[in-house]
Design a protein around this ligand. Structure first.
Ligand SMILES: Cc1ncc(COP(=O)(O)O)c(C=O)c1O
Length: 390
């Protein structure tokens, strides 16, 4: 069959490291191994029933069977504004400061397409969520990694960024609570970020995917809570993790009106917004009781306690896990992250995500998800213990 040549933009896309890993997991499964998947970031619980019910009702509304407004329904943008006021005491103008997106993965790629040209620089956390790289590579821009080290609480040290990179930088991606390290950022960090962004004329994109999942009584801070944040960037929020709606594909960005406008312009060309019923159910999620969110965070915290305690008892070092649903385990001496993940899979059936897949500075660690039941995590701890003793 004729093999058509893809565009240079497509050729530049980075390999999907984790797709290869999943192939490996499936190979072991097919060979009859008793595998446990602790490597992926898919919420394991169902969407709360009142949200599902809202979609069921909305599906019958013929208004939603038509094309939705290009930029999304006003009722959802108003719900987003109310959510930010209630949760973070932040004023958001629903007309000019909210963009609705079909999942934040899409929005994060679009932001690079909106603001980067070849030769521009995007500052990315390393380790970090790999989809930041996709949009940057697609437009032929350069990536400058900001190392996240355990001794610095997995926060970037802005003094390490050289003058030339600051000059060329147009975008900076940040993500707290952090995937993959489980770290949270404090007030000082966000204040410093705004100062640097102002000084260097960089647009900050704060990916707040795990905004609802903070532990030990600490509610994750929204970037938008800080004075001047709206002037220098946006925050991207997904329904996927807060409401277990990963399959529904609904997210939004809030903040700087020029960035919001650019997102809406690019989306005018890609999409005609998302199904009205999904928008209705998302508004229901944002405006109803948040007890389901409190319960979810508690569930993840219990799982974290169980897993981290078990792993530490077995002699592993786990970085402090303050939020998100990931723990970041240091690999035993003598191992690379890939080597450890491979050996662990081979001898115990446990599948974890090697840190190298999240960037050079992810080397030395593996990511373990808390999106498994306590029973599964107990089983995992037993296998980790056995591995250590072998
Ligand atoms: C840090 C981070 N950002 C964004 C996303 C994408 O979420 P979604 O596309 O479901 O909104 C994920 C999903 O795993 C993530 O971990």
């Amino acid at each position: 069959m004729k093999q058509f040549q893809t565009s240079k933009a497509i050729q530049r896309l980075p390999d999907q490291f984790f797709a290869t890993m999943i192939d490996k997991l499936n190979l072991y499964k097919n060979r009859g191994y008793d595998t446990l998947n602790l490597g992926q970031g898919n919420p394991d619980q169902p969407t709360p029933s009142h949200i599902v019910q809202s979609l069921q009702e909305a599906a019958e509304n013929p208004d939603f069977h038509k094309y939705p407004p290009f930029h999304g329904y006003e009722f959802l943008k108003e719900a987003v504004a109310e959510f930010y006021k209630r949760e973070y005491d932040v004023d958001i103008d629903p007309e000019t400061e909210v963009a609705i997106m079909p999942g934040s993965k899409t929005g994060l790629v679009e932001l690079s397409q909106c603001f980067l040209d070849p030769g521009d620089v995007a500052l990315v956390p390393d380790p970090g969520y790999p989809d930041y790289w996709s949009g940057i590579e697609m437009v032929g821009a350069e990536m400058k990694s900001m190392p996240l080290r355990e001794e610095n609480g997995f926060l970037p040290d802005y003094s390490e960024i050289d003058k030339e990179s600051w000059e060329k930088a147009k975008l900076m991606f940040l993500n707290y609570p952090n995937n993959p390290t489980g770290a949270m950022a404090g007030e000082d960090f966000f204040v410093e970020t705004i100062q640097e962004a102002e000084k260097n004329d960089v647009c900050v994109v704060h990916d707040f995917a795990y905004g609802a999942i903070g532990f030990d009584g600490n509610k994750p801070l929204s970037f938008m809570q800080f004075e001047g944040a709206k002037n220098v960037g946006v925050e991207v929020y997904t329904m996927s993790k807060t409401y277990n709606m990963a399959g529904w594909r609904v997210a939004f960005a809030v903040g700087n009106p020029s960035v919001i406008h650019a997102l809406e312009v690019i989306q005018d060309h890609y999409f005609c917004s998302i199904f009205g019923g999904l928008q209705k159910a998302s508004a229901t999620a944002l405006l109803s009781s948040q007890q389901c969110v409190t319960d979810l965070a508690e569930t993840y915290e219990k799982r974290r306690d169980l897993l981290v305690h078990g792993l530490e008892e077995a002699g592993y070092h786990v970085a402090p896990c303050q939020g998100s649903f990931f723990t970041w385990l240091e690999v035993p001496e003598g191992y690379t992250s890939q080597g450890f993940a491979d050996d662990l899979l081979e001898s115990t059936g446990l599948f974890v995500a090697p840190g190298i897949g999240f960037g050079t500075h992810g080397e030395g660690y593996v990511r373990i998800g808390l999106n498994n039941s306590e029973e599964t995590l107990r089983d995992a701890v037993k296998r980790f213990k056995a591995f250590k003793q072998k």
